[in-house]
Design a protein around this ligand. Structure first.
Ligand code: GDP
Length: 366
């Protein structure tokens, strides 16, 4: 198998894992020229397949971009902001402008003011060392905000190339595919090129003035909860529609389990209401704080699921994060899973989330 390479991108062909790099159906091996599924779709349908990179390849891509001149468009998942952050990007960008695009706006409750979301994204980006030239929200799936995003790219690129970067699963392929579809007339001229030192190619989409918009491979971020789960569980935790809050009246010393993936302890404070924003089908389970450890030990994977029994082995142990909430209307955000709005001031809470998954507080978006 090692000796067969894709004629499109040069990657080693494999026939076992459809979702991994270099996949080609077994029947294609009978042909003289073998092309991987990703290149096949790109050539025949102008459709990108998500690809992913990690480690040295990822650094090589960042280095490659660092040496070029142009605008960087960074796509993040607003539901998994920290999990979809590319750590270290700011070290490579030099003086280049960065346009930050928050995708999946369609799952935000309609009552949220988009400006509060973009302000929050700006503040978080600044904490992580990045000062974007602008922050926009889009829904790549629904098309909302896409023409504004394209206008912004046109303005900020100032006649230069554009590099689109993002972690896996943020919806970067959906975003680029929409750009390709909307920019009719360029269908036959999509090409691919390499950054030296990487195995995967960069897809170049020509722009009107001879410059290009480059789609770089998705980067794997180990902090994404997505990597801790199997495909079925991932589907369960991924919101597909506008989030509807579930409202719980809790007394101090009560615990709420979000499946078996996270646990919210209300430690101290007056009886209060808590709004839970997670994927609509994700089961919640209330118990006494004093029983929570035992319940988790005995029922993880059955009553407390997801994780399903199949994901159990992959799931890292839970880590406890304690917060003293001073202000009324504060969100506790569990990256990739959702958030809990705490209505009252002066409460003590703790969140247990899988190791590596970021838990933060922010002023409520609503
Ligand atoms: P990539 O790995 O960044 O290229 O991501 P994909 O484009 O493959 O999308 C990852 C997942 O996010 C898929 O399940 C998409 O259906 C979903 N997705 C992408 N864009 C959106 C969006 O605008 N809204 C919602 N709700 N889901 C999206």
């Amino acid at each position: 198998m090692e000796s067969i390479k894709c004629i499109g991108c040069g990657i080693a062909i494999q026939t076992t894992d459809k979702t991994a790099e270099g996949f080609a159906p077994p029947s294609s091996l009978e042909k003289e020229d073998v092309i991987c599924q990703r290149c096949f779709k790109l050539r025949n349908y102008n459709e990108l397949q998500p690809v992913s990179l990690s480690g040295d390849d990822f650094l090589a891509i960042l280095n490659g971009i660092g040496e070029k001149d142009g605008l960087i468009v960074k796509v993040v998942d607003i539901f998994d902001f920290n999990g979809s952050w590319i750590n270290g990007l700011h070290r490579f960008v030099g003086k280049k402008d960065i346009l930050l695009i928050g995708n999946k706006s369609d799952i935000l409750p309609k009552s949220i003011n988009p400006k509060r979301v973009t302000n929050w994204m700006k503040a978080e980006a600044a904490k992580l060392g990045l000062k974007p030239i602008d922050v926009l929200l889009v829904s790549a799936v629904k098309g909302t905000g896409m023409s504004e995003a394209l206008d912004a790219i046109e303005t900020y690129r100032k006649g230069k190339d554009v590099y689109v970067v993002g972690c896996t699963n943020v919806g970067k392929s959906t975003f680029i595919n929409r750009i390709i579809k909307d920019a009719t007339g360029v269908q036959d001229v999509i090409t691919t090129s390499y950054f030296p030192g990487t195995t995967l190619d960069v897809v170049e989409i020509p722009l009107d003035d001879g410059k290009s918009l480059m789609d770089t491979p998705g980067i794997i971020n180990d902090h994404q909860i997505a990597h801790d789960l199997d495909a079925k569980d991932l589907k369960l935790i991924t919101p597909k529609k506008e989030l509807k809050p579930k409202v719980y009246q809790l007394n101090a010393e009560q615990t709420l389990f979000i499946g078996g993936l996270a646990r919210f302890d209300f430690i101290a404070g007056d009886r209060s209401s808590f709004n839970i924003y997670v994927a609509n089908g994700l089961p919640l389970h209330r118990t006494k704080l004093e029983n929570a450890d035992e319940l988790y030990l005995n029922h993880l994977g059955d009553m407390l699921s997801p994780p399903s029994a199949a994901s159990l082995e992959k799931l890292p142990p839970l880590v406890r994060h304690e917060f003293s909430i001073k202000e009324a209307k504060t969100d506790v955000v569990i990256s990739g899973l959702g958030w809990i709005t705490i209505q009252h001031a002066d409460v003590q809470v703790a969140v247990h989330a899988p190791k590596g998954v970021n838990v933060i507080i922010r002023p409520s978006l609503i």
